[in-house]
Design a protein around this ligand. Sequence first.
Ligand SMILES: Nc1ncnc2c1ncn2[C@@H]1O[C@H](COP(=O)(O)OP(=O)(O)OP(=O)(O)O)[C@@H](O)[C@H]1O
Ligand SMILES: [Mg+2]
Length: 307
Amino acid sequence: MTRVLTVTLNPALDLTYDVPALLVGRSVRVAAVRSRAGGKGVNVASVVRALGGEAVVVAPGALTTPDPFRDGLDRLGLPYRLVPAFESVRQTVAVVGADGATTILLEPGRSAVEGTPEALEAAVADELTRADVLVVSGSLPPGLPHDLPARLARLADVPAIIDVSGAALRAATGAGAVLTPNADELAELVGSRPETIGEVAAHGRRLIEAGAAAVVVTLGEKGAVAITPSGAWLAHTARVVDGNPTGAGDAAAAALAIHLADKIDWPAALADAVATSAACVLKPVAGEIDLQARARWRDTITVEELT
Ligand SMILES: Nc1ncnc2c1ncn2[C@@H]1O[C@H](COP(=O)(O)OP(=O)(O)OP(=O)(O)O)[C@@H](O)[C@H]1O
Ligand SMILES: [Mg+2]
């Protein structure tokens, strides 16, 4: 069974408050409260498990107990290794009205204590001895250097995916990992918005020259492009799903991770990433996928070779 090590550098406890309606400036009674361990690597791990793989979550966590984030991982049933780093793990709050209107409040990441990068490197190096693929995802909290995802990928002698943005993505280009920017993240990295698929592919090729193993650019409802040393492909979405796109990129990374563990067939891997991420948009919660929809869509995706 493929074992995927996921690293979430900016974890969160995601709370959902169901309310009749959110009235700004008024007191609102909350009808129901749900909480879930969140963060992009946690979503990746949940999807890997849904796809039949094994996943381990590594993340900086709270210095003290009780830690609701740890409890959330226990409830998800995902194996994890938390590196003590914060006074407490940040929370996000989604306030959902009866009409579905959702307001999301995102707390900033807490500052990680000194020594956290080194402790994370040690934990990842140790977990890598039992992993087939590494995936490092998401933003960085204050106190963690922006080159940490690149440093973690360099520890791996198995394939690595780095799904980050901004300065962390820039620092990761030379780390020999598969990069998975979305359209906005690629535009920020290259300094302008590519107008055509050909331009996306040209940027991908330059990133490979700069040291990326491959680049998978996700384009939301338009699908995804893979640029690799052996060729480039565009996969169109099987269907544009009207649903929850949060975490679609994480689902794509999970599917790619499983393919990277073996000798990769890129067109098949890209089609699977596109089918799996659409099957994630169908689900209201990030980290979940509709397996039947994925199976139906996987064989109907058109993959075009780009020359
Ligand atoms: N509405 C949609 N219908 C079908 N597939 C979708 C839709 N939105 C996204 N996808 C699929 O999900 C993939 C990833 O989406 P997107 O490019 O939005 O990632 P992202 O911005 O990194 O998402 P996140 O970071 O929230 O996980 C796309 O390449 C596409 O295949
Ligand atoms: Mg993303």
